[in-house]
Design a protein around this ligand. Structure first.
Ligand SMILES: [Cu+2]
Length: 108
């Protein structure tokens, strides 16, 4: 509780001290953060711009290991990616959630 109060005070302090413009820039920087992850491709739906990946835990997001669909930022991200590929990929927070910006196969 004490920490929460402190955090709130910091947010208010930042808002007052830096002004709305700086806060907006800070929010943008957080949005552009690249989050690395690894997993195995289960299904590729290029037409829908989606890929199902059994991913390892993603610490930066606090996500446990799970199998789920991800949307890709651009269809080109899925080029050459097929079911069964072990991959390393990068996530970025988009306006409607996490999207994959890059997929790279790892050695088998
Ligand atoms: Cu997940």
């Amino acid at each position: 509780m004490r920490n929460m109060t402190w955090a709130l005070a910091m947010v208010v302090g930042l808002g007052l001290g830096l002004g709305a413009g700086s806060v907006a820039i800070a929010a943008e920087a957080v949005q552009a953060q690249i989050i690395p992850a690894t997993g195995v491709v289960q299904q590729v739906d290029a037409a829908a711009g989606k890929v199902k990946i059994a991913h390892d835990p993603i610490q930066a997001l606090g996500w446990p290991k799970m199998t789920m669909f991800f949307r890709v930022k651009d269809a080109a991200v899925l080029e050459g990616v097929v079911q069964g590929d072990a991959v390393r990929f990068e996530l970025e927070k988009g306006p409607t959630g996490m999207v994959i910006t890059r997929i790279e196969k790892t050695a088998k």
